[in-house]
Design a protein around this ligand. Structure first.
Ligand code: AMP
Ligand code: MG
Length: 349
């Protein structure tokens, strides 16, 4: 199977193509589409067979639940119940947008979609192509990131084609995504709303709206014995083929350490990749140096992270050294993904 690819932008949506893709979803087929976070691999969320196809196409473990995407606020009650006022307040503030909320599920949602759980994760994306597609497909689209399980999430249609181009019938190409990291996930089945995955919206921004929240201890302590509550956070993720190490500390020391390691590895005949920022790029004389973006604009760092990891795969790097990106607002989300990609290998200098 070779995917039919329909190009469009948010400003100029190809509604004919979207209608056709929506029909394919209603018939139980899969369609990849752009969202503001990353590309999603969509299937009709109320159709158990479609969900099974998603797991098969991605090679995703079947106990890792899917996020159900809606296109209208009023559709939330069809799939979720026991929605507390605090969740409604967060929805008012941040939906449509890069926020996923977890509630007890209704009978409308098959267990195949929720990985066997009684709860369902719901997101209302703001991307206009995603919104048009969801509405054309009847309102409920289950969509994990459109990558092969374990690979970095796709931020361009080319990434989707690379992983799934011969496995699914349709890809909507909306160009590069805006945010580049997956949504923030908040669990409302707990007494205190709990962040299961950091994302574009951080704890402080959400607490400003609903008051006290907590962070799932499994997020920070992955290498310890605490299991993260979001099943997907337990799996190895985003990993480039090369061995990736994060070097953390005072900037001058980080640069010195990375240059030292680059020199040693180059001498051994290894292909060395370096992930830095525009502010530091000129200070690395050796290796395949790639700037991820600007520290002065952290959104550029988030947007390019997954793409840069894929580029090093294409360049067949053997080892990669990355600066750490503890930026003020999205730093936790960026470092969560980078640490996973590095299998938590960190050098403190
Ligand atoms: P992805 O769609 O690839 O961004 O992955 C979705 C993430 O949401 C995974 O980490 C899932 O484990 C998590 N998730 C989805 N539904 C639930 C749920 N009902 N309870 C806890 N985590 C969930
Ligand atoms: Mg994913």
């Amino acid at each position: 199977m070779k995917a039919w690819i329909a190009k469009m932008t948010e400003e100029q949506i190809d509604y004919q193509a979207v209608e056709k893709a929506g029909k394919m979803l209603l018939e139980g087929q899969l369609v990849a589409f752009p969202t503001e976070t990353v590309y999603g691999l969509g299937g009709n969320a109320l159709d158990a067979e479609a969900s099974r196809k998603i797991y098969a196409a991605k090679g995703r473990p079947s106990d890792n639940p899917l996020i159900v995407h809606i296109g209208r606020m009023e559709d939330l009650e069809r799939i979720a119940k026991e929605i507390p006022p605090s969740a409604r307040a967060l929805a008012d503030a941040f939906w449509p947008g890069p926020l996923t909320m977890i509630f007890p599920k209704t009978d409308a949602v098959p267990f195949e979609t929720t990985g066997g759980l009684d709860s369902v994760a719901v997101r209302f994306p703001s991307h206009k192509v995603a919104n048009a597609l969801i509405l054309a497909a009847g309102g409920f689209v289950a969509a994990p990131s459109a990558n092969t399980s374990g690979r970095p999430s796709p931020t361009t249609a080319e990434h989707v084609i690379e992983d799934l181009g011969d496995k699914i019938p349709c890809i909507l190409d909306g160009g590069m995504v805006q945010i580049g990291l997956e949504s923030t996930i908040v669990d409302f089945t707990e007494k205190i709303p709990t962040i299961l995955r950091p994302g574009y919206y951080n704890q402080e921004m959400m607490e400003a709206v609903i008051g006290l929240m907590r962070m799932d201890p499994g997020i920070q302590n992955e290498s310890e014995h605490v299991r993260p509550k979001a099943p997907g956070m337990r799996y190895r993720h985003y990993a480039p083929k090369a061995e990736l190490t994060i070097v953390q500390g005072n900037t001058a020391h980080v640069i010195e350490k990375i240059n030292d390691l680059a020199q040693k590895n180059c001498a051994l005949g290894k292909k060395v990749g370096i992930i830095c920022t525009d502010e530091t790029a000129e200070r690395y004389p050796m290796g395949d140096v790639k700037s991820i973006g600007m520290r002065s604009d952290e959104e550029t760092i988030a947007r390019h992270l997954f793409g840069i990891l894929r580029q090093f795969d294409d360049d067949q790097a053997d080892v990669i050294y990355s600066e750490a990106f503890d930026t003020p607002r999205m730093g936790q989300a960026i470092m969560n993904r980078l640490l996973k990609a590095a299998g938590h290998k960190v050098l403190e200098v």
